[in-house]
Design a protein around this ligand. Structure first.
Ligand code: PPS
Length: 296
């Protein structure tokens, strides 16, 4: 019988990774890898819209033609650079290299800070991140199943999860953004107006798509379309990584689900930490889907 890797949370240089899928040796090499001008890195804290960006980048690259993306998983076209198998191939991969990553600013390839390549940072309101991550922990074989929501809430607030602390992640990237070719996007703005977000991404990447091509990108990147697309919904990811009987990776795809999970006390505690930790960042988040109507 083949050996099953032992998936354990471990720290490397102050950041939590998972043994069996992340190797410290490859992570260190990645930091020094040469970055090309054509490289595109999507950076996210987990559960902030990573696979959404995998799909968007694939479709932009295919000028909206879904059939071009038909034969391969989007996670293979736009791989996670820090996963051991991908990290090993990164240096020799053909251009243009499109990658996603949860790495913190200080462990990412240093060339990005010399304005080589492009970085798209996607942030999501952290209460919804917490809730999405809680459900994902139940689904993911590689992560410890939480005893209950309260236990996971505490772990998340302490940053004892793969990806470490949400506040550190966004602060690290955002405060160094001027050193990079950097686009900041939010999950919520993608929910509110996907076409506007796609146009922003195209402009940042210097991609010229016509109206119909943009409309096709948007069409194939909606939650409903992705949910039913086996190349985009992660339902074919091995059972040794995701237990598909427990739930779906494409779960709710909305804004404000935290209201169905956090207690009043948890919410107050969260707000207090949020105010302290985000005081110096000029970032605003949308916490509920109803806020869109107020804005428009
Ligand atoms: S991971 O595991 O870190 O890669 O997860 P990630 O892909 O970053 O985030 C998963 C959440 O993103 C939602 N998602 C979407 N929402 C809206 N529209 C589209 N097209 C879309 N694609 C993915 C996905 O449903 C997860 O959120 P939750 O709240 O759990 O539904």
């Amino acid at each position: 019988m083949a050996d099953t890797p032992d998936f354990q949370l471990y720290q490397h240089k102050g950041f939590y990774f998972i043994s069996g899928i992340h190797s410290a040796e490859d992570l260190d090499k990645l930091k020094d890898c040469e970055i090309r001008d054509t490289d595109i890195f999507t950076i996210t804290y987990p559960k902030s819209g990573t696979i959404w960006m995998q799909q968007i980048l694939c479709l932009i690259d295919a000028k909206g033609d879904l059939s071009v993306t038909d034969k391969r998983l989007n996670a293979d076209r736009v791989p996670w650079v820090e996963l051991t198998e991908n990290a090993k191939k990164f240096d020799s991969a053909p251009s243009p290299r499109m990658q996603v990553s949860h790495l913190p600013y200080y462990l990412a390839p240093q060339g990005l800070r010399q304005k080589k390549g492009k970085v798209i940072y996607v942030a999501r309101n952290p209460k919804d991140v917490l809730v999405s991550y809680y459900h994902f922990h139940k689904l993911a074989v590689i992560m410890e199943t939480p005893k209950d929501f309260n236990e996971f809430f505490n772990k998340f607030m302490e940053g004892r999860v793969c990806g470490s602390c949400w506040f550190d992640h966004i602060t690290g990237w955002y405060t160094h953004k001027d050193e990079m070719n950097f686009l900041y996007l939010t999950y919520e703005e993608m929910i509110q107006d996907l076409k506007a977000a796609v146009l922003k991404i195209c402009s940042f990447l210097g991609k010229q798509l016509d109206e119909q091509q943009i409309a096709n990108v948007v069409k194939h990147c909606t939650f409903e379309q992705m949910k039913n697309n086996l190349n985009a919904n992660y339902e074919t990811i091995s059972e040794s990584l995701l237990n598909h009987k427990i739930g779906k990776f494409m779960r709710k795809g909305t804004v404000g689900d935290w209201k169905n999970h956090l207690t009043v006390t948890q919410n107050e505690m969260f707000d207090q930490v949020f105010q302290e930790r985000m005081r110096k960042l000029p970032l605003k988040f949308v916490w509920d889907i109803s806020e869109f109507k107020i804005c428009s």
